[in-house]
Design a protein around this ligand. Structure first.
Ligand SMILES: [Zn+2]
Length: 327
């Protein structure tokens, strides 16, 4: 649906009924990222069967299987921290590796809390890997962040969160992070309790199995996301008005090498920057499903797109990078 038409329609509806859908500027955004999951596995319908059969036909897909995809990451190098920082600030930073300092400028998540005047609990980043804490905010405590094996403490004493905190501590992975099953469960509980304007669930398992050169486990980790995505979309469908106003974005921070180099990333400088993006607009947006294969897009389009959906004005060059296909 054309944006102008939607705005006009929204005004008409708002004028006649209290339950009308909110204008475009009051949408919620959920971002799910896999870590180091190649297009080769993402586009494998056997690994993500429900996602490909039931979810993809309801949204907009960017990129394609293979090296020459039109959707790319925005960082200078295909490594997690540089890529996540580029997502949160909207352009490549100088971060060269996972050891770099925290982002040094305001992120879109921080801007959302500041300019929308909403409680920071309404803007949440829940991540398996603690490096996300250095990408999502330049001043710690500006938004709600729970990353790595840290217990998720929202100050509520919620027994479900407390139980998850206990279980994740007793069941750590063999790498220094949190297992994705707990990150997902925490995220779902958080979604239920806070109905955030922005919620990110950042996974990690696939990249870790990759570095361990365990191909079967890498594929099994990919397959486990199918059930999680199914649960997420079912959850949104059950959340009435909130679900009807929520966009879901699904992508990865980087790809991996080709052929025998599948286990590593960052050094070929080309294939590992080619990724994909799937966007599921709420049905109320009336967006036509499509596969965008040729137009060049990359992660630097996410920030201005998210800001527009959240109701933050976007000006200058960034206004040229609002994904047109999802409105
Ligand atoms: Zn990695």
């Amino acid at each position: 649906m054309k944006r102008t038409l939607l705005v006009v329609l929204g005004l008409v509806l708002l004028g006649t009924a209290g339950t009308a859908s909110a204008p475009l500027s009051e949408k919620n955004v959920i971002l799910v990222t896999f870590d180091g999951l190649r297009p080769k596995e993402f586009f494998d319908h056997d690994l993500l069967p429900h996602f490909w059969d039931e979810i993809v036909p309801t949204g907009v897909l960017y990129g394609r299987e293979g090296v020459y995809t039109n959707y790319r990451i925005a960082s200078k190098i295909a490594i997690s921290e540089p890529s996540y920082q580029a997502i949160y600030v909207g352009h490549a930073t100088d971060c060269p590796n996972n050891g770099c300092p925290r982002v040094s400028e305001e992120t879109f998540t921080e801007r959302a809390v500041r300019e929308l005047g909403i409680p920071k609990q309404k803007v949440a980043v829940i991540a398996s890997w603690d490096g996300l804490a250095d990408a999502a905010e330049h001043i710690p405590g500006s938004i709600f962040v729970n990353a790595g094996l840290k217990p998720l403490d929202d100050g509520s004493g919620d027994p479900v969160l407390a139980d998850l905190n206990q279980r994740q501590a007793q069941d750590p992975p063999q790498w220094g992070a949190r297992k994705d099953i707990y990150t997902f469960a925490q995220g779902m509980r958080y979604l239920d309790r806070y109905r955030p304007r922005y919620l990110a669930i950042h996974f990690d398992d696939t990249d870790e199995w990759g570095h361990l050169k365990q191909f079967d486990n890498y594929r099994a980790a990919t397959h486990q996301y199918d059930a999680m995505l199914t649960e997420l979309f079912a959850k949104l469908d059950s959340m009435d008005d909130y679900g009807r106003q929520t966009y879901v974005f699904i992508s990865t921070d980087h790809s991996r090498g080709w052929g025998p180099f599948w286990y590593t990333h960052a050094w070929t400088g080309f294939s590992e920057k080619g990724v994909y993006l799937f966007v599921r607009p709420p049905r109320s947006a009336g967006v036509a499903s499509q596969h965008v294969k040729n137009e060049k897009r990359d992660h630097s389009w996410l920030r201005p797109t998210f800001e527009t959906l959240l109701g933050l004005p976007v000006t200058g060059d960034a206004a040229e990078r609002i994904l047109p296909e999802i409105f």
